[in-house]
Design a protein around this ligand. Structure first.
Ligand SMILES: [Zn+2]
Length: 322
């Protein structure tokens, strides 16, 4: 039987927000069964904002939550870590508007959660099991090749497949396919960092969207290379997109038994997928059955990662994992 979990001990960290540049302090606190993941704005009388689809706010460069006009920005990396590590219940106290970006990856959050430890609760874990597929495409009429697509399908475990394609010599087409488990997330995705293109930096700065952005918390791609290498993985961009996808799927509010596909998608489409899924109860059921523990065939369990392009090997980018 699988039991719900929380963290064993409180843990905390602090840093600045990527988009607002605001300094914030985050403290994770154990929570009782059936709490879910709940942010609390300690600067606003502990106002609670549940990490659930109905609280998604305007999303562009990051996923933000909003409830009764109270905003919380850039939740996806912390949520990806909490969700992938199988933590069902936790209070996340934060004293400002944005979650710290730290190094731009989820690794510092994973380390913090490992330090906290995981405690089993005496209550069965519930899963959101998808029983009918849901998919949709955002067509780019001017350039159909740039259309984006997301879908969620029945499966006995939580799997993702994430595809990105950027016209850049270090990126190109990258595809990540894996079963999401604590160890796969930790080893394959958690270290992949946020990235942006140098040509977008000035416009974003002018719009006040990256007040906390620096070479310490985002990979900056120049026209033909990277400003602040080395990369942590040759396909760090695809891996980061997969990390973001998981962080957005956490807004389902329960562990998923489903396969999710994202093709050139981003936060807006990821969160729409969650909202549309939750809005149609004929697509899923809530179960406390065991997920399939039967041994998965090797080819199904093994992650598929983008092949390392020859050009990257030549420039000596380090593949530090897997
Ligand atoms: Zn991200």
């Amino acid at each position: 039987m699988t039991f719900q979990t929380t963290i064993a001990h409180p843990v905390e960290t602090s840093g600045i927000g990527l988009h607002t540049g605001v300094q914030s302090h985050v403290r994770l606190i154990p929570a009782p069964p059936n709490t879910g993941i709940v942010f609390r704005r300690t600067d606003l009388d502990n106002f609670p904002i549940e990490a659930q689809g109905h609280n998604v706010a305007r999303v562009s460069y990051a996923t933000s939550l909003m409830k009764q006009g109270v905003l919380l920005s850039t939740t996806e990396h912390l949520l990806a870590a909490v969700y992938s590590l199988g933590i069902d219940n936790v209070f996340i106290d934060i004293d400002a508007i944005e979650v710290p970006i730290l190094d731009g990856s989820a690794e510092p959050f994973v380390e913090m959660l490992e330090q906290a430890g995981i405690r089993k609760l005496r209550r069965k874990r519930r899963h959101l099991k998808v029983v009918k597929p849901l998919e949709f495409t955002e067509v780019d009429a001017a350039n159909p090749a740039q259309s984006r697509r997301v879908g969620i399908y029945p499966a006995e475990e939580f799997r993702i497949r994430c595809y990105v394609d950027y016209a850049h010599p270090l990126v190109g087409q990258q595809e990540i396919e894996m079963v999401v488990r604590p160890e796969t997330f930790r080893h394959l995705l958690s270290r992949a960092r946020t990235f942006c293109f140098e040509r977008d930096v000035e416009p974003l700065r002018a719009m006040g969207l990256i007040r906390g952005g620096s070479l310490e918390n985002a990979i900056v791609l120049t026209d033909d290379g990277v400003m602040n290498g080395p990369l942590r993985f040759a396909d760090e961009f695809g891996r980061h997109k997969a990390l973001d996808l998981i962080g957005d799927l956490a807004l389902a509010g329960l562990p998923l038994l489903a396969r999710v596909e994202a093709y050139k998608a981003g936060h807006a489409l990821h969160t729409q997928l969650v909202s549309r899924l939750l809005a149609d109860p004929t697509l899923w059921t809530i179960t406390s059955e065991e997920p399939a523990e039967a041994p998965v065939p090797i080819h199904a369990a093994a992650p598929r990662l983008s092949p390392v392009p020859a050009a990257d090997r030549a420039t000596g980018f380090v593949e530090t994992s897997s």
